[in-house]
Design a protein around this ligand. Structure first.
Ligand SMILES: Cc1ncc(COP(=O)(O)O)c(C=O)c1O
Length: 401
């Protein structure tokens, strides 16, 4: 059977519009398509492939576990899950871990836990969840409703109730909504899908204080910022603010699907047997790969490297902008970088991304106005330079029109 891109339109549900090429091989930060054309990967599978493609530590962990045991379900526990949980607990604020298969599922667990904790401790009336406009927390109906873009949650019937949205980086807006009815505030320390927008330290500190004053749990969604992306193992470590619950996915498995919810003993004890679960959560293959990913990323060498590589990106983008004047702002933290287009190019981020692909560079967008880069945390400096040169070609073509 011939597998071509047109087969996608024949056999796949049309909820995605993938690029016209099909990648078949990846090594480090290089990818090759069916025609043998080579791309430099600044997209990282949307902040997932934190160690590039086919990193030997991850391939080794997967092959090793593949010969041992693949799946047990949560009727039994397994060695890789326990080893990974121990590493996460030892290296974060958390005492306890719950494993899921994706970011959305990790957030679903966090939200259900927050509601259950509040009900057990304070009563049924304490059920309000506050999140932020433009925030993104996944596509299950609960998480997409908590997300701050109604366009994603409209049109599917009655939504889960008791969810409100404040303005990101605007503490007065949260103050106006929060009360003793609030059970949790969910926030990304840096909004990813919503525009690569870091929270200010004052804002996150004030959110923590408001949560404490109202007996509300603070949930950090670190699905996109976690596992080294910002230059620390988790984004909260950049701030002097510790959440009650943290969710992590994407880079956790370096490309193997896995998610996790981290929390304290005091909160975790409210998820007693039967309250929540997942067939695949904590799957041995996923946990073995994630253990290798976390152990590889969580070293001074890789984390310091993120900051140095981020600077290379910033310098390169600044040079491109000096020549072409297409970015109004370049922002982010570590290797999650957003280049916001000027008013002249408003709404054209996707065109920049497609022009980049034509030059052999994989990039991302975050909304209509922002070109986003989320490359491997260990991308070689030479690939950054070569990729930026290709991006410059794309920018030059966009400017010429
Ligand atoms: C901050 C954040 N939370 C949650 C999600 C959802 O993760 P998943 O697609 O693995 O369900 C995403 C995905 O982009 C995300 O960026």
């Amino acid at each position: 059977m011939q597998i071509t891109r047109s087969l996608f339109d024949d056999v796949m549900v049309p909820n995605y519009a993938p690029a016209k090429f099909i990648p078949v091989k990846g090594k480090g930060s290089r990818v090759w398509d069916q025609e043998g054309r080579e791309y430099i990967d600044f997209a990282g599978g949307i902040a997932v492939t934190c160690l590039g493609h086919c990193h030997p530590a991850l391939v080794g962990a997967l092959k090793d576990q593949a010969d041992k045991i693949w799946h047990l379900s949560n009727v039994l526990t397994n060695e890789p899950a326990l080893a990974l949980a121990k590493v996460l607990v030892d290296n974060t604020f958390a005492d306890k871990v719950y494993f899921a298969n994706s970011g959305a599922e990790s957030n679903e667990a966090a939200l259900k836990l927050a509601r259950r904790y509040a009900k057990d401790k304070y009563g049924e009336q304490k059920d309000q969840i506050i999140a932020f406009k433009q925030g993104f927390h996944g596509r299950t109906f609960f998480t997409v409703t908590v997300g701050g873009q109604p366009a994603y949650s409209d049109g599917f019937g009655p939504k889960p109730a008791a969810i409100a949205h404040a303005e990101f980086n605007n503490i007065e807006s949260l103050k106006a909504l929060i009360s003793d009815k609030t059970c949790a505030v969910m926030v990304e320390p840096m909004q990813g899908e919503g525009g690569v927008l870091p929270a200010t330290p004052e804002f996150l500190k004030a959110v923590r204080e408001l949560c404490d004053a109202n007996n509300a749990l603070l949930i950090f969604d670190e699905v996109q910022t976690g596992v080294g992306r910002t230059g620390k193992l988790y984004g909260y470590m950049q701030y002097d603010v510790v959440p009650d619950i943290l969710t992590t996915a994407k880079a956790l498995g370096g490309g193997f699907p896995i998610g996790a919810m981290l929390t304290t003993d005091e909160i975790a004890k409210h998820l007693v047997p039967g309250t929540h679960g997942s067939t695949y959560g904590g799957n041995p293959l996923a946990c073995a790969v994630a253990l290798a990913a976390v152990n590889t990323v969580n070293t001074p060498e890789v984390l310091d490297g993120v900051m140095a590589k981020a600077q290379l990106f910033r310098d390169g983008l600044a040079k491109i902008n000096e020549k072409y004047n297409v970015f109004a702002d370049v922002r982010g933290q570590g290797l999650l970088i957003g280049a916001e287009l000027t008013a002249d190019y408003a709404g054209k981020a996707r065109d920049f991304m497609l022009a980049a692909a034509d030059e052999g560079l994989m990039a991302l967008v975050a909304g209509a106005n922002i070109v986003r880069f989320a490359p491997s945390l260990v991308i070689p400096d030479a690939d950054i330079e070569a990729g930026l040169a290709r991006f410059e070609q794309a920018v030059a073509k966009m400017v010429k029109g």
